[in-house]
Write a protein that binds this ligand. Structure first.
Ligand SMILES: Nc1ncnc2c1ncn2[C@@H]1O[C@H](COP(=O)(O)OP(=O)(O)OP(=O)(O)O)[C@@H](O)[C@H]1O
Ligand SMILES: [Mg+2]
Length: 322
């Protein structure tokens, strides 16, 4: 039996905006197993970052639970939360914005030790150099400032800082999308290596489905605040069951010609609807070629359709001849 590290249960995050309630994340549930990489994908604005931030309580959830090592972190006091935060870190999309330009790399990577008062002086310095080494940088980089680095190097600094306190779990929020294509693979490979060496558990957020497949053990697909499909990454790519996932995947060319042929190109019609005061029923209804009246009236819930393969679609069986 795989051990659950993180359990997200009926988690929602709504923002009050002038037009009403913006349901950025609406009742999502999933588990992340110890040592795995869980990919979270979906179009811009579907709630990926909000989900990640809420899981770390950088945003307070509107409802729901986030169990980490069996404890609901949403119920912890700020003092208890500070302890748990050591184990849960985040790497951000934009290494330009997330590193303080006035701080040297030594101070950036060593900052967590200040916050926790754990290492000082030479010990701190040595650990910083060790961390730089782990991410493929060296001692000579320690006294430099963020602007003196390339985007890829800067992301390595962000990763070193995230590793400082020996976390168990790291949320990587589009860690490569601001980087040149030529260095994206390097940073992804670094994350993969670190995961194996350090036994990390990762939540990897991205739009780019091909990269997510490469790095993830399992993948969850989000659409407008909801989780619509979840399964092992190979399964998702070979046999997507939700109409939205099918459409997303049909846009990516695959090397296998048989698979390519069997995958009808599906064009996503229409715009992503607004997450403000969403209508009841399936959120994908206006863009779905299979939608019928039932889809407009009933909210689909994530159900296990095949072993370990979860789909939230009222017509999933008919559509897939199951
Ligand atoms: N602090 C906030 N206040 C109000 N609305 C917000 C806030 N943060 C996010 N939103 C809204 O919540 C929805 C989800 O945003 P989020 O950033 O989580 O999406 P995303 O999937 O990460 O998108 P991207 O791929 O572009 O990063 C969007 O409609 C966004 O405008
Ligand atoms: Mg985002």
């Amino acid at each position: 039996m795989k051990e659950k590290l993180v359990e997200v249960k009926n988690l929602s995050k709504y923002f009050n905006v002038s037009g009403g309630k913006l349901k950025a994340v609406d009742n999502i549930s999933f588990d992340i197993y110890k040592g795995e990489t869980f990919g979270l994908v979906g179009e811009s604005g579907c709630g990926k970052s909000t989900a990640g931030r809420t899981m770390l309580r950088l945003y307070e959830p509107t409802t729901g639970e986030v169990n980490f090592e069996g404890k609901d972190i949403c119920k912890l006091s700020s003092k208890e939360m500070k302890e748990v935060r050591k184990k849960m870190q985040m790497i951000f999309q934009d290494p330009y914005a997330s590193l303080d330009p006035r701080m040297t790399v030594e101070d950036i990577v060593g900052e967590p030790f200040e916050i926790y008062g754990s290492l000082k002086g030479e010990e701190r310095y040595n650990r910083v150099i060790e961390l730089l080494d782990i991410v493929g940088l060296s001692e000579e980089h320690a006294q430099r400032f963020p602007h003196e680095f390339s985007g890829g190097q800067r992301q390595r600094v962000g990763i070193a800082r995230a590793l400082a306190l020996n976390p168990e779990f790291i949320i990587c929020d589009e860690p490569i999308s601001a980087l040149d294509v030529s260095i994206q693979a390097q940073v992804v490979n670094l994350l993969k290596e670190l995961q194996e060496e350090l036994g990390l558990t990762l939540l990897f957020i991205a739009h780019d489905l091909s990269m997510v497949r490469y790095i993830s053990d399992r993948v969850g697909v989000m659409y407008l605040g909801n989780l619509v499909e979840l399964t092992e990454s190979e399964k998702l790519y070979e046999k997507p069951l939700h109409p939205y996932t099918k459409a997303l995947l049909s846009a990516i060319p695959v090397a296998d010609p048989d698979l390519q042929k069997s995958r009808n190109r599906i064009k996503l019609e229409g715009e992503v609807p607004s997450p403000i005061n969403p209508k009841p029923g399936c959120r994908f209804v206006d863009r779905c070629q299979y939608a019928t009246d039932i889809c407009r009236n009933t909210n689909p819930v994530l159900e296990e359709i095949e072993d370990g393969h979860y789909v939230a679609c009222l017509r999933v069986k008919e559509i897939n001849n199951l």
